[in-house]
Design a protein around this ligand. Structure first.
Ligand SMILES: *Cc1c(COP(=O)(O)O)cnc(C)c1O
Length: 466
């Protein structure tokens, strides 16, 4: 290290000197000394490394250093996992946490989290109970399945089912269903990683019942059907219905396993122009069905395994189940959601599960919401605002291709490009994520709640006055 660099380094103020600063004293009063010290060390460390790496020749002036520390304290005071405003209109946005939960679920989670519960305690007998008992009965009543268990997510559910029922032989599946579903869930790899031997039948666009029948032999352990979820083959296509496949499985004394993906529990075809198989239909026409809790079901992240008791019994004995088990918070929220499905009239149910509410929200309602948000944002005269019509998507690999008519509030800010606006809105305390359409930053009202309008206004005000 040469002398001039050493001289510059010596000018960096000491942690103790900064801690004595009157501005710092008031920050310490708000945030505590530990957080402030960590922040000072991180800012001073960066200054030092910039000088050592020759990126700068001099240290910033004292006031700049204090300001950098303030910024660092503010950012360190925020958790990494934070609430964001979802203005993308994508209802089951996997990167933004998929389904949001209703208020009554949150109350229950808080009650269960903050004390003890009968998680694995049978209140009738006073003996050890099963954590699955709180939800299995409800799942059976709603779906018609003989029994059920839940695990961490649907990927885990599929792996557990295959490793229990099909790890030592051939798993027969249509080529058209060997799909990848976001975030590295690849059907062929899942089958082979659980020890099964993948037997592909048919072609990408067409598979006939005979294709399956021809591949069944004494090595076969299961027939697998996977909902292609985020992907659709259109045109000259043909698949085998689940009923036919189930018949074939029965004739050969094999289980038909269906990975349904989204766990749709109400027939939505009355409300939206889309035919998606429900869990109930699939339970009727197969032996084991797996699906996610945080897609169309609208609950917490879990994977449900529902179906014939003789298979569920085997799955319950698999040691893997212990490794994939869900915690009490997840179970408490799932139970409340399932109770809604079991006990509520359909109209009320659609209004109380946020995912279903967003899916079926009327155009008139969305237009009114856009007008309301626009009026609130108009208070800021540096914003150029208009309402535009567009389409929302469902996301999360559910209902691919479905476009729901919606209304957006389109925003331009004086003197700020749309890219700058987008990036600044991403970096505030409650980030606002939207869609960019040409030179407008747009917020789709389908995924925005009324109680978030003021947050959006405040966020925009902070950015514009910056
Ligand atoms: C989404 C999906 C999965 C993965 O489910 P997670 O709950 O995200 O683990 C698996 N299979 C299908 C068909 C899916 O749609």
């Amino acid at each position: 290290m040469n002398n001039s660099v050493q001289l510059v380094l010596r000018q960096i103020p000491s942690v103790n000197k900064i801690l004595q600063d009157s501005v710092m004293k008031s920050i310490i009063a708000d945030y505590g000394e530990k957080l402030v010290k960590i922040s000072i060390n991180s800012v001073l460390g960066e200054i030092k490394s910039n000088i050592l790496n020759g990126l700068v020749d001099n240290i910033p002036n004292y006031d700049d250093i204090v300001n950098q520390i303030k910024v660092e304290v503010n950012s360190k005071a925020l958790p990494s996992l934070r609430k964001v405003i979802n203005g993308t209109g994508i209802i089951l946005h996997t990167n933004l946490g998929r389904a949001s939960l209703p208020e009554n679920v949150l109350n229950q989670m808080q009650r269960i989290a903050s004390g003890y519960s009968n998680l694995e305690f049978d209140l009738e007998t006073g003996k050890r109970g099963s954590r699955y008992a709180h939800v299995a009965g409800l799942i059976s009543k709603i779906t018609g399945a003989e029994d059920a268990v839940v695990v961490n997510n649907n990927a885990a559910a599929v792996m557990l089912v295959l490793s229990t029922l099909a790890s030592k032989g051939d798993v027969v599946i249509s080529r058209g269903e060997l799909v990848e579903i976001g975030g590295s869930f690849r059907v062929p790899e899942i089958i082979t990683s659980t020890g099964g031997n993948l037997v592909e039948v048919g072609t990408t666009n067409k598979t006939h019942l005979n294709d399956y029948a021809e591949k069944i032999n004494e090595e076969t352990t299961a027939l697998l059907k996977v909902h292609t979820s985020n992907y659709k083959v259109i045109g000259f296509t043909e698949g085998v219905s689940t009923q036919e496949l189930h018949q074939l499985a029965k004739e050969n004394n094999l289980p038909l396993i269906v990975d349904l993906g989204s766990g749709l529990l109400v027939d939505l075809s009355k409300y939206i122009n889309y035919k998606e198989p429900t869990v109930q239909e699939m339970v009727k026409n197969s032996d084991i069905v797996t699906f996610s809790g945080d897609k169309l079901l609208g609950g917490p992240q879990i994977g449900v395994i529902a179906g014939k008791k003789k298979y569920i019994d085997k799955i319950k004995k698999n040691q893997l189940l212990r490794a994939l088990r869900v915690d009490k918070l997840t179970l408490s929220s799932l139970e409340i959601i399932l109770r809604e499905y079991y006990l509520k009239d359909e109209k009320k149910l659609l209004a109380s599960i946020p995912v279903l509410k967003k899916l079926t929200e009327s155009s008139d309602n969305l237009e009114q919401k856009a007008k309301d948000l626009l009026i609130i944002l108009k208070a800021n005269n540096k914003l150029n605002l208009k309402i535009i019509e567009d389409y929302s998507k469902v996301g999360g690999g559910s209902l691919p291709g479905l476009e729901l008519p919606t209304y957006l509030v389109a925003i331009k800010a004086e003197g700020i490009s749309v890219n700058k606006l987008e990036s600044r809105l991403r970096k505030i305390d409650i980030p606002i994520i939207g869609r960019t359409i040409k030179d407008y930053f747009c917020l789709d009202l389908r995924t925005i709640e009324e109680n978030e309008y003021e947050i959006i206004k405040d966020g925009l005000c902070r950015i514009i006055s910056n």
